[in-house]
Design a protein around this ligand. Structure first.
Ligand code: F6P
Length: 332
C-alpha cells in the first residue's frame, strides 16, 4: 500500500474533519502517501486534489464542515464518469480510495469499483444516521445536540406564550434525530416517518392529545418534533391548521441546515477517529468494497451493499418510552 486518496461527498456532517485527520495521520504513521480530492466525486473527475500532510490536518478536529469541501455529483452515476474517475486514480497511482459520506456516496463508491481495480472503502458520514449496518454515523450525535439546544430555547418562548410549536428537524426520510431530540427535550409529541399514520389520523391524534394535555395541566406550551419531508403541505401549513382547529397559537420552526454545522461533540470525534484509523488498517489488510461500521463499540467492515439493503430501525424501546410518556401526559 503506497498511496491512499479520500474524499467527502453528499451532505457534510460534523466529524468529517476528524475523520480526514485520522485517515491522514494513520497513513503517515504507516508511510503511506495520502491525497484529498476536493468537492466530492467532482474532484475525482476534474483531478482537483492535494497531497495531504500532517500540517493540513492540524487543528481541524474541532471544526464542522469539511476541509475537502463536499458536493452531490449526479453525473457520477454514468459509466463514462466512473471510467474517467478510474483513469484519474490510476494516473495518480492510487491504491485505495476512501469515501466519507452517506448511502448515495456509497452507491457511487460501489459503481466506481465496477470500473476500477483499486480498493474502495466507505466511511459513514451523515447527520441522518440512516445507514443500515452501523449503530451510528459520523455527525449524528452532534446534530441531535444542535436540535436539542434549539428545542430547549423554543420551549422557553413557547412556555411564555403558552403556544404550540412545531419544530422541524432534518433526517431526510429517517426519524433518528427527531426521536432522540424529542426524548432529550421532553417534547410532547413526535412525528417521524417510521411511526407515520395517515395525515388525517396524525392530525386527529395531535388534536386529541393537545385537548387531553390541556385538561390535565391547563394551558401550557406544547412542542411537536417533526421530521422534514413528512407533512405533505409542509409544517407552516400544518401549524396554520392546528391553530385553526385548537384555537391555540401554533408556530412552525424549521431548524434546517444549522443541524449540519457546528463543532462536533466528543462522540462524533471519537467515532470519526476510530473509523478513520480502522479504514486505513483495513485497506492495508486488503479490504475492498466495504464500509466501516461500529456495532456494540466494535469497529468492523461490512459490504457496501449492506448500507442500503435494509431500512435501519429506530430503537423500539426508545419508541415505547416516548409513547408511554405521551399516554401518561393524557391521563386525567
Ligand atoms: O443527508 C443530510 C441532509 O442534511 C438531510 O438531512 C437533508 O434532507 C439533506 O441533507 C439536505 O440536503 P441539501 O443540503 O442538499 O439541501
Amino acid at each position: 500500500m503506497r498511496k491512499i486518496a479520500l474524499l467527502t461527498s453528499g451532505g457534510d456532517a460534523p466529524g468529517m474533519n476528524a475523520c480526514i485527520r485520522a485517515i491522514v495521520l494513520t497513513c503517515l504513521r504507516y508511510g503511506i502517501e495520502v491525497y484529498g480530492y476536493r468537492h466530492g466525486y467532482n474532484g475525482l473527475l476534474d483531478q482537483e486534489y492535494l497531497n495531504l500532510r500532517a500540517k493540513n490536518v492540524l487543528n481541524i478536529i474541532q471544526r464542522g464542515g469539511t476541509i475537502l469541501r463536499s458536493a452531490r455529483c449526479l453525473t457520477f452515476k454514468s459509466d463514462d464518469a466512473a471510467k474517467i474517475a478510474a483513469k484519474n486514480l490510476d494516473i495518480l497511482g492510487i491504491d485505495a480510495l476512501m469515501v466519507i459520506g452517506g448511502d448515495g456516496s456509497f452507491r457511487g463508491a460501489k459503481h466506481l469499483s465496477n470500473h476500477w481495480g483499486g480498493q474502495v472503502i466507505g466511511l459513514p458520514g451523515t447527520i441522518d444516521n440512516d445507514i443500515y449496518g452501523t449503530d451510528a454515523t459520523i455527525g449524528y450525535y452532534t446534530a441531535i445536540e444542535t436540535a436539542l439546544s434549539s428545542i430547549d430555547k423554543v420551549r422557553d418562548t413557547a412556555d411564555a406564550f403558552e403556544r404550540i410549536f412545531l419544530i422541524e428537524v432534518m433526517g431526510r426520510h429517517a426519524g433518528f434525530i427527531g426521536l432522540n431530540a424529542a426524548i432529550a427535550s421532553a417534547a410532547d409529541q413526535i412525528m417521524v416517518p417510521e411511526l407515520q399514520r395517515s395525515c388525517e389520523d396524525e392530525l386527529q391524534n395531535i388534536i386529541n392529545h393537545i385537548d387531553a394535555v390541556k385538561r390535565r395541566r391547563g394551558t401550557s406550551s406544547y412542542i411537536v418534533v417533526i421530521t422534514e419531508n413528512l407533512w405533505p403541505e409542509g409544517v407552516t401549513k400544518l401549524a396554520e391548521t392546528l391553530t385553526e382547529k385548537t384555537q391555540i397559537e401554533c408556530r412552525p420552526v424549521i431548524l434546517g441546515h444549522v443541524q449540519r454545522g457546528g463543532s462536533p461533540v466528543s462522540q462524533d470525534r471519537v467515532l470519526a477517529t476510530k473509523m478513520g484509523a480502522f479504514a486505513v488498517e483495513s485497506a492495508m489488510a486488503g479490504e475492498t468494497g466495504v464500509m466501516i461500521t461500529e456495532v456494540n463499540q466494535q469497529v468492523q467492515c461490512a459490504p457496501l451493499e449492506v448500507s442500503w439493503s435494509k431500512q435501519k430501525e429506530l430503537d423500539p424501546y426508545l419508541v415505547k418510552i416516548q409513547q408511554d410518556l405521551f399516554d401518561l401526559l393524557k391521563r386525567p
